[in-house]
Ligand binder design. Structure first.
Ligand code: NAD
Length: 314
């Protein structure tokens, strides 16, 4: 995500009476996503190592991030998933949920309001505005598109906390000004142009073309073939998928001969060709019976990695 302007201290920092670095806020959103998955799997307690692995950060960074939330977790036991989730939601200002208005019911706008993931995360679209007579009055996601000329008059009743801007570039500043006049304090713009807002208004800009350019640059810099890539929507971090055989998790050392005198270690039968590229088995997984918690955590970790297999941070 391309950050355009932000107030120096986010709402989360204000809520705690202390500053939380923006990078930490971004990672908190990732932890929240992982915790939601753990909770769905019935996991009640999670260790910092498990949570860190599932979130794709090292555990020291995770502990540092969570230290901004005040006392959390029990040494040697872990974090209470439900409590930590509630705490992060509080800090991110998500506890009450958000009411969202969309301006621009075109290709992108309709896709956005049709995306079910916003509602699950507490973002409810409460109003849609457009200026095209052919679009006004149409229904999307159960909402009738309103005339943008009524925006300033109708915003107070809708009481949105966030506005999504999905209008063409040339209309973006005018609509942005109207939103500010109507008292909207947070705007997420998909128009790639710069927008001017007063200092008390937070605006973030999603410039997908710029994200693609950054990936292009990354590929050129590494003089590598362009590989499938993933972008972390929550963090703006860009990652490159690497071929599975290059994934660090598969770079296990070669088997070591058992020490003389010790009983040989039981291993899976070798393939006929000892040099065949069989996938390395992750130590520990499958070797020992797992507790319910470990199994749930493994699933959660796997799920978290499903969208990011073989990635390395660039
Ligand atoms: N579609 C994409 O994949 C995509 C990707 C990245 C960025 N964007 C950006 O998102 C924005 C929207 O793109 P799109 O493809 O949905 O465009 P679109 O033309 O399909 O939709 C734009 C909508 O905005 C409405 N509109 C125009 N002027 C308006 C105004 N003054 N007030 C209210 N509504 C107004 C139009 O009637 C239309 O319904 C653009 O700035 C575009 O650059 C789009």
């Amino acid at each position: 995500m391309t950050e355009q302007h932000e107030t120096p201290t986010g709402a989360s920092g204000k809520a705690l009476g202390r500053d939380i670095p923006q990078a930490t806020v971004t990672r908190l959103a990732t932890y929240l996503r992982v915790l939601a998955g753990l909770a769905d799997s019935g996991v009640a307690i999670v260790s910092s190592e498990e949570l860190a692995v599932a979130a794709g950060v090292n555990s020291a960074k995770l502990r540092k991030d969570l230290s901004f939330l005040g006392p959390n977790g029990v040494r040697g036991v872990g974090y209470d998933v439900a409590k930590l989730r509630t705490r992060i939601e509080d800090v991110l200002g998500l506890s009450q949920g958000h009411r969202v208005v969309l301006i621009g019911a075109g290709n992108l706008g309709r896709a956005l309001v049709g995306y079910g993931g916003f509602g699950v995360r507490g973002f409810t679209v409460v109003g849609i505005f457009d200026n095209d007579p052919a679009v006004i009055g149409q229904s999307y996601a159960g909402l009738v598109v309103r005339d943008v000329d009524l925006l300033v008059a109708q915003i107070p009743a809708l009481d949105p906390t966030i506005a999504l801007l999905a209008v063409p570039d040339e209309a973006a500043q005018d609509v942005c000004d109207r939103l500010v006049d109507a008292g909207v304090l947070s705007i997420l713009s998909f128009a790639p142009c710069e927008l001017r807002v007063p200092a008390h208004v937070q605006i973030r800009r999603v410039d997908l073309a710029m994200e693609l350019q950054m990936l292009s640059f990354d590929a050129a810099r590494n003089d590598a073939p362009v590989l499938p890539v993933v972008a972390h929507a929550s963090s703006g971090r860009v990652a490159r998928r690497v071929p599975p055989q290059n994934h660090p998790a598969l770079n296990h050392p070669a088997p070591v001969e058992p020490a003389r005198g010790r009983p040989p270690r039981r291993t899976a039968p070798h393939s006929a060709n000892p040099h065949a590229a069989t996938p390395a088995k992750h130590p520990g997984i499958g070797d020992h019976p797992m507790s319910e918690r470990q199994r749930a955590n493994q699933q959660a970790g796997a799920r978290a990695r499903v969208t990011e297999p073989g990635e390395v941070q660039s």
